[in-house]
Structure formats: C-alpha cells, structure tokens
Design a protein around this ligand. Structure first.
Ligand SMILES: Cc1cc2nc3c(=O)[nH]c(=O)nc-3n(C[C@H](O)[C@H](O)[C@H](O)COP(=O)(O)OP(=O)(O)OC[C@H]3O[C@@H](n4cnc5c(N)ncnc54)[C@H](O)[C@@H]3O)c2cc1C
Length: 393
C-alpha cells in the first residue's frame, strides 16, 4: 500500500484496539507506528465474542474471510439453571444476526483474532519492548517516552494501552477503580469435555457449537466454542469478597474454581474439574470519562472506556474506535484538533452507554432470580462504518 498522507500517527499498545486502528489508518493511507511494551506480539489464552457491530468493521477492513476462518459462529443459545441444569431459555443464533443486524455473532480465541489483525502489517512499524512511561504535546506534535529513555514524536499519539493505561494516567491523573466484590475465572477445554446430556433426567441435549450459559445466585458461567469448534471457552463470574488483582494472568487452579461453585450442577463442576490452565481476575468498575484528548494525544479502547465484561463489548468497542478515529483523521486531516474532537464526539456517548449497561447487567447478576439482561439490539444494529449525521464538531 502506498502511504500518501502527511500525518504520522503513533499508537501506544498493540492490543486489539491498537492493531485495528493501525489497519484502519493504513487503509486510508496514513503512516502509523505502534509501540508495544511486550517483547513479542501475542495474546493471552482466552475467548472473545465478536458481535455483529464489530463484524461490520472487520468486514470493512477486508477481514471478513479471515474472521470467518478464524472464528466460530454458534448455532444456538441455551441458558440453564445453576443447580439442576434445567432449561431457562433457548434461541437460534446462526443466520439470525446477519438478517437482523447485518453482521454475524462470532466467537474466537483472542490469539487468533490478534494474529488476524496483525497479518500483513509491516513489522518495521511495530516496535516491541517499548514500555511507554510518559506522553505529552510539544510545538504542535505529540511525543511519547519509554523505559530506557527513548522518545518518539508524531503528529498524533494514541494511547491504546489497555485497562490500566499509563497514557490515561499521564493525561488525566490516576483513576480510582471500585472493586465490585466479584471475580472471574477463564479457562479453555477440549470440546470433547462438554457433556452430551444435562438437566433433570438428562432431558437436555447439548450440541457442540452451542453458546451455553448457566445462571445462578451470585454467579454466571458463559461457555462458547472457539475457532474450528474443537475448544470450549469458559468464563465464570462469581461474587467474592476476596480482593483479586485486575489482571488476566493471575494463575488459579481447577480445584479453586470447583470449590468456588460448590453446590452448582455436577455437569458444570465436571467441566471445571477438567480445566487445565485456569486464570482469575477481579472485576473493577469505573465511571465513563468525558474527555479523552489533551492536545495531540488521545485515547482508544479500554484506555478510553474501561468496561466490566457483562456485555462482552470491550474489544468490540476498541474495534469500532479504531475505525472511527481513522475516518475522523481522514475527513479533517488539515485540522487535527477538529478531527480528534469529532472522534470523541462520535465515540464517547456510545461507549459510555456500553459502560453503564454493563454495570446494570452486572447488578442484575447479583440478584436471584436475576432480572433479564437489558436488550442489546441497539449495540448490534450500529454500523461504525457508516458516516454519522454531519454535525459541526
Ligand atoms: C476474560 C475477558 C473476557 C472478555 N471477553 C470479551 C468479549 O467477549 N468481547 C469483547 O468485546 N470484549 C471482551 N473483553 C474485553 C476486551 O478484552 C478488552 O476490552 C479489549 O482487549 C480492549 O482492547 P485494547 O486494545 O483497548 O486493550 P488491550 O487488548 O488490553 O491491549 C493493550 C495493549 O497495550 C500494551 N501496553 C499496556 N501498557 C503499555 C505501555 N505502558 N507501553 C506500551 N504498551 C503497553 C499491552 O501490552 C497490550 O498489548 C473481555 C475481557 C476479559 C478480561
């Protein structure tokens, strides 16, 4: 691709948001460099749900074929009760989302999605082992500094450095996340460990490829297939007053997981007992922020709008952000400040609503019986690739 633009963009963090932004900006001819603190590109072993909204963005970036190869499209949704695995609800998924929302609902291994986003990007523009410690603006440009004293300058610096963003902290000060007295586990099993029948008298047949949820007092467990469907991702949320770090890589064990869900259905505990590598983390809550930009430095993804996982939309929002940032810079290339204002004006209200609805869904999981989760149609209907109504920024 010929890069024809004048503006140089530096992105801090090569997560899902950073890589999507790089692709979207390059699609419009911008020169982009990523600075990532890790020494190698990769992702943690966990699953990710990609809603029709992010699907539409990935399609616009030319990744539909790769996504459909890398991810799974669950056929139906089943919700079970925690104790006897009796049926709470079921519904079709496959095909329905494309007809209703213009995109598919897919489930993927994070590493596969990450590899897909990275494919074809020039290695020379992805700088590894660059741990950003500071950012700022100087003479109409932005800069970033790294451990070891290195410094780079660009027309725009984008903090896509995740939930505990240093860029956000430098721009706006340290935030004070609230521990929600809730924690989660994640693990991945071979699909062969999915029981064939559950429920009273074995009345419910489980089909590999279903999206399966278990609802119980003080907890919810979501299981979905990954990739070619040979693996099952488990996300288990649980009330706990034990403080757990907000990190996805604190090791746990199947014994700890089974013990936390004592009294839940044996079929579920049987799956937990088979989990090999198992990780835990604490769920923290933050209010949506209004401002994302200072001068030539802005935020994207979790750095801009850290969100509880109860809508499974954090990565989806990071993907949408990347596309909208590129479009705003494309439209207002001659006026960076207007471009960044436009980007935040488009993204802040939607991501704030996601944060608040995730919080409300979380609250509902703390009740028993739980109130049904709020409707998600407005999330899936949205198409970030379409121009919004023009309004003066
Ligand atoms: C278990 C779990 C399940 C989830 N499931 C879903 C789901 O189903 N659907 C969904 O949409 N979302 C889901 N999410 C949320 C989603 O994973 C995040 O919202 C998403 O990863 C955010 O992307 P990001 O690019 O903003 O940040 P990240 O993916 O966290 O990437 C940040 C990057 O910045 C780098 N970095 C950090 N600090 C620095 C620094 N100082 N200098 C340089 N580099 C730095 C990091 O190494 C990392 O590569 C889930 C989250 C969890 C924890």
């Amino acid at each position: 691709m010929t890069l024809r633009r004048k503006l140089k963009v530096a992105i801090i963090g090569s997560g899902i948001g950073g890589l999507t932004a790089m692709r979207a900006l390059r699609q419009r001819g911008f020169e982009v460099d990523i600075y990532e603190r890790a020494q190698s590109l990769g992702e943690v072993g966990a699953g990710l749900q990609i809603g029709p909204n992010a699907y539409k963005v990935l399609r616009a970036l030319g990744l539909e074929h790769s996504l459909r190869n890398a991810a799974f499209e669950p056929k139906s949704r089943i919700v079970l009760n925690w104790n006897d695995a009796s049926l709470r609800g079921r519904g079709a998924m496959n095909g329905e989302d494309i007809a209703r929302f213009g995109g598919r609902y897919m489930t993927a291994h994070r590493a596969d999605l990450h590899a897909m986003l990275q494919e074809g990007l020039p290695e020379c523009n992805i700088h590894l082992g660059q741990h950003c410690v500071s950012v700022g603006a100087r003479g109409g440009a932005g800069y970033a500094r790294f451990v070891g004293g290195g410094e780079i300058e660009a027309d725009i610096v984008v903090g896509a450095d995740g939930i505990r963003s240093i860029v956000r902290e430098v721009l706006f000060g340290a935030d004070k996340p609230r521990f929600t007295n809730s924690m989660c586990w994640r693990c991945i099993l071979p699909m062969s460990k999915l029981p064939a029948r559950v429920g009273p008298g074995g009345s419910i047949t489980l089909t590999p490829g279903d999206h399966l949820s278990w609802y119980g007092p003080a907890g919810q467990v979501i299981c979905y297939p990954l990739g070619d469907g040979s693996r099952l991702n488990i996300f288990a949320g649980h009330v706990s007053d034990k403080w757990v770090e907000e990190s996805w890589s604190t090791p746990s064990s199947s014994e700890e997981l089974v013990a936390a869900y004592a009294g839940w259905n044996e079929a579920l505990l049987g799956m937990f007992a088979e989990s090999g590598d198992c990780y835990k983390w604490g769920i923290f809550d933050r209010d949506p922020r209004k401002h994302w930009t200072v001068g030539r430095v802005t935020l994207l993804g979790d750095a801009a709008h850290p969100t509880m996982p109860n809508l499974a939309q954090g990565a989806n929002m990071a993907i949408e952000d990347g596309y909208v940032l590129a479009r705003a810079l494309d439209r207002y290339e001659e006026d960076v400040s207007t471009a960044l204002t436009q980007y935040v004006a488009e993204r802040q209200p939607r991501t704030a609503q996601i944060t608040l609805q995730s919080r409300e869904n979380f609250r509902r999981t703390r009740e028993w019986p739980p109130a049904p989760p709020l409707d998600r149609s407005w999330i899936f209907e949205f198409d970030a690739t379409q121009e919004p109504e023009r309004s003066a920024p």
